[in-house]
Design a protein around this ligand. Structure first.
Ligand SMILES: *Cc1c(COP(=O)(O)O)cnc(C)c1O
Length: 370
């Protein structure tokens, strides 16, 4: 991992308040800021437009993702919704089929009502992307690695296709974080984060972020961020910033634990398949039978059966009825999110304890189901 990023993260907010020298950024609850004179501003007027605590967070996010602008939002979904303010009725966006369920719901149940259409494709084949384009296509949106099958999409290759057609590339970088991947450097125009996950890291703050490349695009997104108003509160900005100070340490441990667990699961008869991209802290696996799932989940002691990911605590999610429940069953099963699939957000607990917990639950799962 790059040394500079560790320093950016650790030092985030330190001495940003010159009057006091505060090491931890003060939380500015004030919603309004006095004007020094007519036509003058301190840079802060009204908290939706800009807030001093949120600005420190946004500057940190901008630096980490090497963008030209960063905008903290009230959730990951709010960040995605804000970005889609770029498009209008009649325009189309190409999206990876493997997608966070909430994003799919926003696209299909909300944005289609505004006349924006979505075309789902397997973007792991960048060449195929080209054949999906039409004159209505205005952008490509994907997550990599995609949720929950952990397939990586080649950002540079997709970016080259997008550039050629003069359309925008939007990448949800929630799973890898800016430490493992910088989509803007690979040619993307916009990066999205659910800050609720790895950035916050402690399962105690809901937040989202947009990071943009290019002056014009940054100007437009700033306008949307303020205009739509789904901005992050001062307190939540502080919580996210505080969580981010240890992101580099957490990611290292998440990854180390995930590698060990992927290897362990590979060797087990109760497990049919392990999907781990070889980086990061997320993996998925399939049990040999759907009937094993209930007893497996019940037998876990340390690992929590819960929705969400990226926190210090290990979570196992059942995508079929949780994160991906809004995707029609036929579509879901067709691309591999079946009843045997479990998604594991590997935490930073001692890895031997995690292995023991999994091992005992796997034994229990076959004992109960046979
Ligand atoms: C959780 C998540 C979101 C949505 O973020 P919220 O903060 O829950 O609104 C978007 N994309 C991905 C990949 C996620 O995991």
């Amino acid at each position: 991992m790059v040394h500079e990023r560790a320093t950016i993260l650790t030092q985030a907010g330190n001495r940003t308040d010159p009057g006091t020298g505060a090491v931890s950024t003060p939380v500015y609850f004030s919603t309004s800021y006095a004007h020094p004179g007519l036509g003058e501003s301190t840079g802060f007027d009204y908290t939706r437009t800009a807030n001093p605590t949120r600005s420190v967070l946004e500057e940190t996010l901008r630096e980490l993702e090497k963008g030209d602008g960063a905008f903290a939002c009230s959730s990951g979904m709010a960040a995605i919704h804000t970005v889609f303010g770029l498009f209008r009725s009649g325009e189309e966006v190409i999206v990876s089929r493997d997608l966070y369920g909430g994003t799919y719901r926003l696209f299909e149940e909300v944005l289609t009502r505004y006349g924006i259409t979505f075309r789902y494709a397997d973007l792991t084949d960048a060449a195929a992307l080209e054949s999906e384009m039409s004159e209505r296509t205005k952008a490509v949106f994907f997550e990599t690695p995609a949720n929950p099958l952990m397939k990586e999409v080649n950002i540079s290759k997709c970016a080259a296709v997008c550039k050629k057609h003069g359309i925008r590339l939007i990448v949800d970088n929630t799973f890898y974080t800016p430490l493992l991947q910088n989509p803007l450097e690979e040619g993307a125009d916009i990066v999205i984060h659910s800050g609720t996950k790895y950035l916050g890291g402690h399962n105690d703050v809901l937040a989202g972020a947009i990071i943009t490349k290019g002056e014009e695009l940054t100007r437009i997104v700033r306008h949307l961020h303020n205009g739509i108003g789904a901005t992050l509160s001062a307190m939540d900005s502080w919580l996210l910033l505080r969580g981010m100070k240890t992101l580099h340490l957490r990611m290292k441990q998440h990854e180390e634990n995930a590698e060990t667990i992927a290897e362990f699961l590979e060797g087990r008869d109760e497990v049919r398949e392990v999907l781990y991209p070889g980086r990061g802290g997320m993996l998925s696996f399939r049990l040999t039978g759907e009937e094993q799932v209930p007893s497996f989940l019940e037998a876990l002691n340390i690992i929590t059966f819960a929705e969400s990911l990226g926190g210090v605590e290990s979570f196992i999610t059942y995508p079929a009825t949780q994160t991906h429940a809004d995707i029609p069953e036929e579509t879901r099963v067709e691309y591999g999110v079946d009843g045997c699939l479990l998604r594991f957000s590997v935490g930073i607990e001692d890895k031997n304890d995690l292995v023991d917990d999994l091992g005992a639950a796997l034994l229990q799962s076959v004992r109960k189901s046979t």
